[in-house]
Design a protein around this ligand. Structure first.
Ligand SMILES: [Zn+2]
Ligand SMILES: [Zn+2]
Length: 281
């Protein structure tokens, strides 16, 4: 299964139907579509508000058409923006999804006013990250603290009652942050804080995603989040869900084999953590 996929409706390659066919050939029981929901500013990797209805119609059509072969779920990946919450929730179509993956791709530049916030991308290229860092006076500690506080606010920001809330690639800022030598001295502090936030607010989300894109696309040796954090979360019985963040049908199970092997070697992670009971409802 995989609930984190991007097709040519946003920044992926391939039609939703190409993804469905590939998922069936892989023997998946479930496939979820999670287009980047529209943002309140120009962004070349998100779905535009004008195409929301076409996207929803396409997924509903595939859901019905392939129902005997695979269970298709209709989701979105939605951005948390500090000071604005989840702006895409103003779109009715987003609120009717089967589940939402909540992620941070942007941080508010500290100097910008809450009334007219400016955002900088933190998970794009290193150059984009450096621009975000510049807005934090080149202080890695400052940008990591801001990321942690945005993560906490995101978790505490409610969705509509009963909506399934999955936290996407929860330590993604590390992709760029670890390229700076100062990260080594901050890493233990960062992960301790992150774990505390996830533990303290566990009632405010459904599950934490294990995202393998770091492994097969970004050249990292661990998924998002790192195995030691996964071990701690699993030890607290926090539900985890395995996704690949596929941007092409060929990536639907990318990184799964090595991640599953590694998860099996951890003491706390077992089938109880990878708990998909809610899907059966
Ligand atoms: Zn994302
Ligand atoms: Zn994604």
């Amino acid at each position: 299964m995989n609930l984190h996929t991007h097709t040519d409706f946003c920044d992926g390659k391939g039609s939703p139907e190409d993804f469905v066919k590939k998922a069936i050939s892989l023997g998946f029981k479930y496939l979820g579509f999670s287009a980047h929901a529209p943002l309140p500013f120009r962004c070349d990797w998100s779905l535009s508000a004008e195409r929301l209805d076409v996207y929803c119609d396409e997924i509903s059509h595939l859901k019905a058409h392939y129902q005997k072969k695979i269970r298709i779920l209709h989701g979105f990946e939605i951005d948390y923006l500090e000071g604005m919450g989840f702006p895409c929730l103003s779109e009715g179509a987003v609120c009717r999804a089967d589940y939402l993956i909540c992620s941070i791709h942007f941080l508010k530049t500290p100097q910008s006013a809450m009334t007219s916030p400016k955002f900088a991308e933190i998970d794009g290229t290193y150059a984009q990250f450096m621009l975000a860092l510049k807005g934090h006076e080149y202080s890695l500690k400052k940008i990591l603290s801001n990321y942690l506080s945005a993560t906490e606010q995101m978790i505490l920001t409610p969705l509509a009652a009963g909506m399934v809330k999955i936290i996407g690639h929860v330590d993604k800022i590390v992709l760029n942050a670890q390229q700076l030598p100062e990260f080594e001295g901050l890493s233990d502090w960062f992960y301790k804080e992150l774990f505390n936030i996830l533990l303290q607010h566990r009632d405010h989300y459904h599950s934490i995603e294990i995202n393998t894109r770091a492994l097969y696309k970004k050249g990292l040796s661990q998924p998002y989040p790192r195995y030691d954090l996964l071990e701690l979360l699993a030890g607290q019985r926090i539900p985890l869900i395995l996704n690949s963040d596929a941007h092409h049908p060929s990536e639907l199970n990318a990184g799964y084999k090595e991640t599953i092997e590694r998860l099996e070697s951890l003491t706390n992670v077992n089938s109880k953590n990878l708990n998909y009971k809610w899907l059966k409802k």
